[in-house]
Design a protein. Structure first.
Lengths: 529, 384
């Protein structure tokens, strides 16, 4: 029986706590008597018969007819799937998407459907490499569909293949992939890694155009997204997406939504120590930790990245449900909460976050400084319901080398963003006014997004906006172990050690602040009371 | 009374070259530059006058000479021994030795100063910087005062000059401002080719900053951004202050120009670029970068003095890029320079002054000016 989440009050006997530092780790001693560590719930048991559960979901959908009865010869069927940004790390084969899509294709074949297109729902993310598509979908699907041009990736800049579905009462234009819009049925295959995913967000972002995304991926909306992972009424982003979802439901193609949830068993041997609570480390865990960190200290960064990005997580499916989007998503969220939600009492003066080597936007790439900000203030800061873990005006301390390093293939506009935009302003609203249009319409970025493996030119803005609420909420952000000039360019304060960071933070929160550490990698939603 | 003298001593010259390659400016300690007593130079013709320098700047070309990196091209264009110093503000000495009018020196030794008549075609049109007779006439070779054994130079307490070389310094201009007139005239000459299109200035040393100042002081029609590369924080601050739209490190430049010119890329080469690139460095690296970021059909203007460089010129051929030298000035540029100095209050660019006896410190400071947060270093002869 997996144990629920646990809040450890740090005392003098508490061992040092594990922090991620990019492609390495550190152990940090937190002050006794005023620190706590939030450990996520342990991974739930996976479904014992995953393929059976998938078949069952297709046969017994929620608020819709079985998939087989919605399929007919001569119809246009489009299968869209979540891209490489999740799960993290990538899961061991077979990927959930492969299992679900194979089941859908079997059903379609049995119904005589032969006009089937499979589309990676990238939104403005980078195109997946062939090896990533093969990993997500399996060689059988890739070989059968890609060579015939029936497996491809959404292009938010291909205006000949985008179509406007309609406009919300607030004037937001829903413009999505034309093939999907013209289909008799769109089957969306999702992996709901975190609570903000899924529902109407799947299609209205994954298959949308830049114009459509810009209605909610902007500083104002994200500053007003007071709980990205929590209650939807506190999220301006989701309110906007749900408005677009209504337009999709009323005027768009018929949608068969398939959502899946995974457990949080993310790291295999020899990295199991990452998932464990430190006082439960065995001698072997301690030896592995020491060996790993000392080796990584001597390992060239490129090799260290290769090692970490090569990790395949053992996480497995805990639920699959299909049918009408909203009804399905409601159940999906229950499963996400069953795995990730835990109650935490009271806010803290200082929130500490270990930033890992990967975020949703750098699979098999470099965790560049903008993504460090996005991961810290955009994702980990937002892993709460009700109210943030850190009080308004409190301090966020992250640990990461924060090197000035970028993957020029994946993140070309990020490099320019770092050099041009961040040297001018770190204010999301100001950068949106002054710079966003130039990046969004840059022909070179557009070319690299459409033909290479680059994130869209505007994507670094979105990564920055993702942290807009955290930026507004925190009184100070400190990065321990970060390259000082790079950290300063982000508008944050560098510190050499955790003790230095606490000293720096005392300017804002006084000499005896309360400290809360969010123990990652495992995912959790802190239901802050 | 003393002066600095640069002599033809090949062994010392070689030593300076080695020392300068290890520590820029170290050629002053090991090379053929030395302090000597002032000597009374004969006047070539009765109309020449004697000057008592007040301040005399240290230029990049002086540093190249001292560290032994100047091109052999100049060998026939200088005469030894000579007293360096061509950025000069001085008093004209009256017959009784008292100080008369305060002047800035136009150091180019053109046909008029050399007693050549008729004037060469360039001098006849006022383009003294293109004079064809800089090694002829009644003076020893020397393209400028400060490189000619007959005229002396500003790094002394006395030199001589032809009246055509003198520009009166307005009373409202301090000596500190006036010593910048000559390099600012160079910048004004360079800035005359500014078109208002996207422009890149490579380097934010004295010449880069002054060229920027010359452009922004006089040009109101700016259709494209002016992008300046700068290495040090103070250079970046000054470049911003003097009106650059973008100031960046040189490794960031291609990306800035790419986005400013809405360019695509083919390999490392921009498909478009800046119409006008002003290279105020003159190194292989800066010139290669200039060719990387200049637009097809555009122009690279060499304002910084280059020496032996090795360049990949295929893109120049393919994209019909022009490389154009930019040397010195005409007399008119000196009047322009005075306006520019006033407009931007450029006296602040003079960072430090030294007595002649402290010349090794002065040269070392000038050679590492950027790193030390300085711009222009000069000798100050007013105290003695």
């Amino acid at each position: 029986m997996p144990r629920p989440g646990f809040v450890l009050e740090v005392d003098r006997s508490t061992p040092p706590i594990l922090f991620w530092r990019g492609e390495n780790f550190s152990l940090e001693k937190l002050p006794a008597g005023r620190s706590r560590v939030i450990y996520p719930p342990e991974p739930l048991e996976a479904l014992s018969d995953i393929d059976g559960a998938i078949r069952n979901a297709l046969l017994n959908p929620i608020d819709q007819d079985p998939l087989a009865t919605q399929l007919f010869p001569g119809m246009k069927l489009t299968i869209a799937f979540d891209d490489v940004s999740l799960p993290l790390p990538k899961m061991t084969r077979p990927d959930v998407r492969q299992r679900v899509i194979e089941a859908v294709l079997d059903t379609a074949a049995a119904a005589g459907v032969d006009d089937v297109h499979i589309i990676a729902a990238l939104g403005l993310h980078r195109r997946m490499h062939e090896y990533e598509l093969r990993h997500a979908l399996g060689d059988r699907i890739y070989d059968a569909f890609h060579t015939r041009g029936m497996l491809y990736q959404h292009d938010a800049e291909d205006h000949d293949n985008l179509t406007v579905i309609g406009t919300t009462d607030e004037g937001e234009v829903l413009e999505i992939n034309k093939r999907a819009a013209d289909s008799d049925l769109v089957v969306y295959v999702n992996i709901n890694s975190v609570a903000m995913d899924g529902g109407w967000k799947s299609i209205t972002t994954g298959l949308a155009s830049y114009r459509c995304l810009s209605f909610h991926h902007n500083p104002e909306t994200l500053q007003n997204t007071k709980s990205l992972m929590g209650h939807r009424h506190q999220s301006a982003l989701h309110t906007s997406v749900w408005r677009l979802g209504k337009v999709l439901k009323d005027h768009g193609p018929k949608i068969f939504q398939i959502e899946t949830t995974l457990n949080t068993d993310m790291f295999p041997s020899p990295f199991e120590f990452i998932n464990k609570r430190e006082w439960e480390w065995t001698a072997k865990d301690r030896a592995t930790f020491l060996g790993t960190t000392k080796s990584l200290n001597r390992t060239p960064i490129k090799l260290a990245r290769k090692i970490f990005h090569g990790i395949e997580g053992p996480h497995q499916m805990t639920s699959v449900q299909a049918g009408e989007t909203e009804a399905v998503h409601k159940i999906t969220l229950e499963h996400v909460h069953r795995q990730q939600l835990m109650e935490v009492h009271g806010q803290t003066d200082i929130l500490t976050l270990g930033i890992p080597f990967v975020s949703p936007y750098n699979p098999d790439g470099v965790m560049n400084p903008i993504l460090v900000m996005c991961m810290g203030l955009g994702y980990l800061f937002n892993m709460y319901r009700n109210k943030p873990l850190v009080r308004e005006g409190g301090v966020v301390i992250m640990t990461h080398p924060c090197y000035r390093d970028f993957n020029p293939v994946h993140h070309p506009s990020y490099i320019d963003f770092f050099e041009q935009v961040l040297s001018d302003t770190t204010d999301p609203a100001e950068m949106s006014r002054k710079w966003e249009k130039q990046y969004a319409e840059d022909e070179w970025y557009r070319h690299l997004y459409r033909t290479g493996n680059a994130y869209h030119g505007v994507h670094p803005f979105y990564a920055w906006y993702w942290g807009a609420h955290g930026l507004q909420h925190a009184g100070k952000v400190i990065i321990v172990g970060g390259d000082p000039p790079t950290v300063r360019r982000l508008g944050f304060t560098p510190a050499s050690t955790m003790d230095d960071a606490f000293e720096i933070a005392s300017d804002v929160v006084g000499r005896s602040p309360t400290i809360t550490h969010l123990h990652v990698p495992a995912l959790l939603i802190a239901d802050v009371q | 009374m003393s002066r600095l003298v640069f002599s033809r001593k090949p062994a010392r010259f070689a030593l300076a070259r080695v020392a300068g390659s290890i520590m820029p400016g170290a050629g002053a300690s090991f090379g053929p530059l030395a302090v000597e007593p002032d000597e009374l130079l004969p006047l070539p013709t009765p109309d020449w006058v004697r000057l008592r320098p007040r301040l005399a700047g240290i230029c990049g070309s002086d540093l190249a000479m001292i560290d032994g990196t100047a091109s052999a091209y100049f060998d026939p264009l200088v005469s030894y021994p000579f007293t360096p110093g061509h950025e000069v503000v001085a008093d004209v000495l009256n017959a009784d030795g008292s100080a008369g009018r305060r002047v800035a020196l136009v150091p180019v030794l053109s046909c008029v100063t050399r007693g050549i008549d008729p004037l060469c075609p360039a001098c006849a049109t006022g383009q003294i910087n293109l004079c064809e007779r800089v090694a002829f006439g009644h003076l020893e070779p020397g393209l400028q005062s400060g490189f000619c054994s007959d005229t002396g130079g500003g790094w002394s307490h006395e030199m001589i000059a032809h009246p055509s070389q003198l520009v009166d310094v307005p009373a409202d201009l301090s000596d500190e401002a006036a010593v910048l007139i000559e390099p600012t005239a160079c910048a004004a000459h360079a800035a005359a080719r500014y078109t208002g299109d996207e422009t890149v200035i490579l380097g934010a040393g004295t010449l880069g900053l002054l060229t920027l100042a010359a452009i922004t002081a006089r040009s109101t029609d700016r259709r494209g951004p002016i992008v300046v590369t700068a290495r040090y924080a103070e250079q970046k601050r000054l470049a911003k202050e003097l009106g650059a739209d973008v100031v960046c490190a040189s490794d960031e430049l291609p990306r800035w120009v790419r986005s400013a010119s809405k360019s695509l890329m083919v390999g490392d080469q921009l498909t478009c670029g800046a119409r006008h690139v002003i290279d105020c460095v003159g190194s292989t690296e800066s010139m290669q970068q200039a060719l990387q970021v200049v637009a097809p059909g555009g122009e690279v203007q060499l304002v910084g003095m280059p020496s032996n460089v090795s360049l990949e010129l295929t893109s120049l051929w393919h994209r019909e890029v022009a490389i154009r030298g930019c040397y010195a000035y005409s007399h008119a540029d000196f009047q322009t320079a005075i306006d520019i100095i006033r407009h931007h209050d450029l006296a602040r660019l003079l960072s430090a002054t030294y007595a002649l006896d402290d010349y090794t410190d002065a040269i070392a400071h000038a050679a590492s000016a950027g790193r030390r947060g300085a711009v222009k270093i000069a000798f100050d002869m007013r105290g003695k």
